[in-house]
Each structure stands twice: as structure tokens, then as C-alpha cells.
Design a protein around this ligand. Structure first.
Ligand code: AMP
Length: 192
């Protein structure tokens, strides 16, 4: 199963991806995680991406497309994968289609977690209050960067859902439901 999970920051993509990994036995490919690993390792990509990520903006398309193109060739992706946080622009969605076609494969499903923007801001504000002065786990998990991430989502990533919807490939799930209900809705959508 080759799956794309779409949804704004804070929608629960990470949580739902982890459950799908368990159930389907395929890896989660999170461009955010891969970029954070590159930052931590101090690779040339990491050095370039750090400031952009900390500000909550999107790193250049070519960088993430290159990362995904390579990662999909790894043996653990032979039976499929869950893309989490990619594609984030229409250009990335088009590049993904092309690179998969080049490899002789395609997507099986595109699932979007639909959530209310106001609720997301409330959630992230509550999350940063919970840090209680401790250093946040992620440098971009603060209200200012979160707002930029949400703006980037609205401007650059929301059109990605429209792109897949236009092709009749988009399946939407209510991401405001309790976590287990969202999982059940995704399972139903995927026919499990
Ligand atoms: P995430 O963990 O998915 O929220 O991603 C964290 C940050 O990594 C984002 O705010 C972006 O700066 C960067 N990033 C992750 N995935 C992408 C992508 N597909 N395109 C551009 N930037 C990305």
C-alpha cells in the first residue's frame, strides 16, 4: 500500500501514521523527521534547512523531492510506504507522480485529515503552555512558528488536496474526532 497522508500541522498525521505502520507493516516516510535528522547530523542539507525549518517555512521543493526519490528505493519500501508531510506543494505532488511512474509504481490512496484551523491554534497554544518554561521538543513548536507553518499550509499545501481531489484520488476523514475514531475512519476509507 502506497499512501499519502495530508493535513495541517497538529492534525495528528504523526499519530495516525504510527498506527498505520503497526497495522500495515510498511514504513512511515516523514520528510520533517528526515530533515530533523539531517539537521542533527549537520549534513549540508541539514545546515541549509535549519533556519528555514525553525522559522516554520518550507524548504525548497528540490531538496525534499531528492530525499523522497532516494528513500523510496530502500528495500523496506518494497511493499509500500506512508508519506507523512510530503507532498507539501503542488510541484512536489507532480514530481512525486513522475518519480513513482519512473519507478513503475503509483499511489494507492491519498487521505486527508480535515481539521478546524481555530482548534489547531488552541491545541498548539495549550501544548506550548504545557512545556511550562521547559525547552520545547521541537524548535518550531512555538506559537509564532506554528502560525507561519499554518500559513504555509494554507497557501502552499491546501492546493495539494485540491490537486488530488481534481484527479478523483482524495479521501477525506474528519480529523476532529477522538484519535481512535479517526483511526477507524482511516481504516474504513482504506477498506480494512
Ligand atoms: P513536519 O515535521 O512535517 O511538520 O515538518 C517540519 C518542517 O520541515 C516544516 O515546517 C518544513 O520546514 C520542513 N518540511 C517537512 N516536509 C517538507 C516538505 N515536504 N516540503 C518542504 N518543507 C518540508
Amino acid at each position: 500500500m502506497r499512501l499519502v497522508l495530508l493535513g495541517p500541522p497538529g492534525a495528528g498525521k504523526g499519530t495516525q501514521s504510527a498506527r498505520l505502520v503497526e497495522k500495515l507493516g510498511i514504513p512511515q516516510l516523514s520528510t520533517g523527521d528526515m530533515l530533523r535528522a539531517a539537521v542533527a547530523a549537520g549534513t549540508p542539507i541539514g545546515l541549509k534547512a535549519k533556519a528555514i525549518m525553525d522559522a516554520g517555512q518550507l524548504v525548497p521543493d528540490a531538496v525534499v523531492i531528492g530525499i523522497i526519490d532516494q528513500r523510496i528505493d530502500a528495500p523496506d519500501c518494497a511493499n509500500g510506504f506512508i508519506l507523512d508531510g510530503f507532498p507539501r506543494t503542488v510541484a512536489q505532488a507532480e514530481a512525486l507522480r513522475e518519480l513513482l511512474a519512473r519507478k513503475g509504481i503509483g499511489l494507492d490512496a491519498v487521505v486527508e485529515l480535515v481539521v478546524d484551523d481555530t482548534k489547531l491554534v488552541e491545541r498548539i497554544e495549550a501544548r506550548s503552555r504545557d512545556f511550562g518554561g521547559r525547552r520545547p521538543v521541537r524548535a518550531d513548536d512555538n506559537p509564532e512558528s506554528f502560525k507561519t507553518r499554518l500559513d504555509a499550509y494554507r497557501q502552499q499545501t491546501a492546493p495539494v488536496s485540491a490537486h488530488y481531489a481534481q484527479k478523483g484520488e482524495l479521501k477525506q476523514v474528519d480529523g476532529m474526532l477522538p484519535i481512535d475514531d479517526v483511526t477507524a475512519a482511516i481504516d474504513k476509507t482504506l477498506g480494512h
